[in-house]
Design a protein around this ligand. Structure first.
Ligand SMILES: *[C@@H]1O[C@H](CO)[C@@H](O)[C@H](O)[C@H]1NC(C)=O
Ligand SMILES: *[C@@H]1O[C@H](CO)[C@@H](O)[C@H](O)[C@H]1NC(C)=O
Ligand SMILES: *[C@@H]1O[C@H](CO)[C@@H](O)[C@H](O)[C@H]1NC(C)=O
Ligand SMILES: *[C@@H]1O[C@H](CO)[C@@H](O)[C@H](O)[C@H]1NC(C)=O
Ligand SMILES: *[C@@H]1O[C@H](CO)[C@@H](O)[C@H](O)[C@H]1NC(C)=O
Ligand SMILES: *[C@@H]1O[C@H](CO)[C@@H](O)[C@H](O)[C@H]1NC(C)=O
Ligand SMILES: *[C@@H]1O[C@H](CO)[C@@H](O)[C@H](O)[C@H]1NC(C)=O
Ligand SMILES: *[C@@H]1O[C@H](CO)[C@@H](O)[C@H](O)[C@H]1NC(C)=O
Ligand SMILES: *[C@@H]1O[C@H](CO)[C@@H](O)[C@H](O)[C@H]1NC(C)=O
Ligand SMILES: *[C@@H]1O[C@H](CO)[C@@H](O)[C@H](O)[C@H]1NC(C)=O
Length: 325
């Protein structure tokens, strides 16, 4: 299990301006087979974005099965944390290993795990939540502890034909426990991050070689930034992929640079399919210089990462003319 983490390629996506981009993305999204599980809840509920979540308590679905176990229990968040909507309101807690078995169509999938570290109960000490999450041969999270903020962890894996997606939670020790608030599975276009037959792959930085991201690797999303623009919420993402794009400000190391935007820009959906990124990502940019300014600035982002992994950096470029005022 330890070794499997070497297959990880961490992923972050920065989009910024100043060049022409040719992206070789051709495939269409595979058939929608999305799953949204509201852990520790029953019935159907709707989040503020209007997306429907299905409770995992007493779930009768041919797509999802839970292990029978008396070592799991359900907690409702009584104190109303900063996020008090589904799927954050309830959690499923595990004192021993527990597996969700999810039947999805074959293909590459986003897996999003939602965690809300709230004080669910007086007997429930968040500082004892240390756990590992695996799917197939991949260790998605290892001896993970959450800290104080709710968060969503996003991964990509490829599911083979006739294979189920098993998501297993294992507490790190017999005195710690695992928990989860929500599980979202979204099908992704095959060529979005993984390499396709015949494509050149990603260039290995500092080398003259290409790196292919194969179906037998798992990816974790680390940063996805909209340069120069506002955050884009999952509901406003393109291609029904429900990705979240953050405002880049907190990672950008410069104050005195040129900023350009053009809200009228339209993206040619033949050369850049809509699922690549929402058009808002292409409508704002930072540039090292503009025609009326002869100073050159560098553009630097600081993005802390863990060592020991390979990172895929995707940069989105688009030639834009600033809006005529
Ligand atoms: C569930 O409880 C029974 C009896 O109370 C016990 O024998 C069994 O080992 C428990 N199962 C798990 C998975 O803990
Ligand atoms: C990877 O898997 C996808 C679907 O799961 C498939 O369409 C694609 O051809 C595979 N790619 C390679 C290089 O095998
Ligand atoms: C997932 O779990 C099912 C049922 O326990 C098992 O038959 C299957 O082999 C598992 N799949 C993977 C990819 O581990
Ligand atoms: C898990 O992390 C905690 C805190 O960082 C550490 O004390 C503990 O030894 C780790 N456990 C394992 C199994 O690595
Ligand atoms: C998947 O299952 C079907 C029906 O059981 C079988 O015909 C097919 O060969 C299997 N595909 C693979 C790739 O194992
Ligand atoms: C927990 O694990 C420790 C060491 O592995 C063992 O000594 C102890 O009896 C275990 N406690 C329980 C409640 O299983
Ligand atoms: C990005 O975030 C910063 C700081 O949080 C804020 O000042 C700025 O207005 C935001 N930019 C946009 C376009 O929303
Ligand atoms: C989505 O975009 C629309 C139009 O820009 C905006 O009014 C709305 O607030 C956005 N929704 C969220 C949840 O950010
Ligand atoms: C680029 O700008 C940043 C922030 O102003 C600065 O910290 C960095 O040293 C500069 N890098 C180069 C190569 O000039
Ligand atoms: C969009 O891109 C395609 C392929 O590159 C090209 O044939 C087409 O003319 C472009 N359409 C527009 C409106 O620029």
């Amino acid at each position: 299990m330890q070794n499997s983490s070497r297959f990880f390629v961490y992923l972050f996506s920065v989009s910024f301006f100043f060049n022409y981009l040719t992206i070789t993305v051709t495939a269409k999204p595979s058939s929608i087979n999305d799953i949204m599980l509201n852990c520790g809840s029953s019935g159907i509920s709707t989040d503020p974005d209007g997306r429907e979540w299905t409770g995992d308590v007493g779930i009768h679905s041919k797509f999802v099965s839970l292990e029978q176990s008396n070592n799991t229990f359900i907690l409702f968040n009584p104190h109303g944390s900063s996020i008090d909507h589904d799927p954050y309101k309830t959690a499923r807690i595990f004192h021993s290993q527990f597996t969700y078995t999810i039947r999805v169509s074959p293909g590459q999938k986003f897996i999003r795990l939602y965690f809300n570290p709230s004080t669910y109960h007086d007997n429930f000490d968040m500082s004892k939540a240390f756990f590992t999450v695996t799917t197939g041969p991949f260790t998605l999270l290892s001896n993970f502890s959450i800290g104080s903020k709710s968060l969503v962890k996003e991964f990509c894996v490829n599911v083979l034909q006739n294979q189920t997606l098993n998501i297993t939670f294992t507490p790190s020790t017999n005195t710690s426990y695992a928990f989860i608030n929500g599980i979202e599975i979204v099908s992704m276009p095959t060529s979005l991050y993984y390499s396709q037959f015949g494509d050149k792959g990603a260039r290995l930085v500092g080398h003259n070689s290409q790196f292919h991201i194969q179906n037998n690797s798992a990816l974790e999303m680390i940063y996805r930034l909209n340069v120069g623009g506002h955050s884009i919420s999952p509901i406003n993402d393109s291609g029904n992929l429900f990705r979240k794009w953050l405002n880049h400000t907190n990672f950008f190391l410069a104050s005195n640079v040129n900023s350009i935007s053009n809200g009228a820009i339209q993206i040619n959906s033949t050369s850049i399919p809509p699922y690549t990124a929402p058009k808002e990502v292409y409508q704002t940019a930072r540039t090292t210089r503009t025609s009326e300014d002869n100073k050159r600035y560098n553009l630097t982002w600081r993005l802390p990462v863990d060592s020991g992994f390979k990172y895929l950096v995707r940069l989105h470029f688009c030639k834009i003319q600033p809006e005529v005022k």
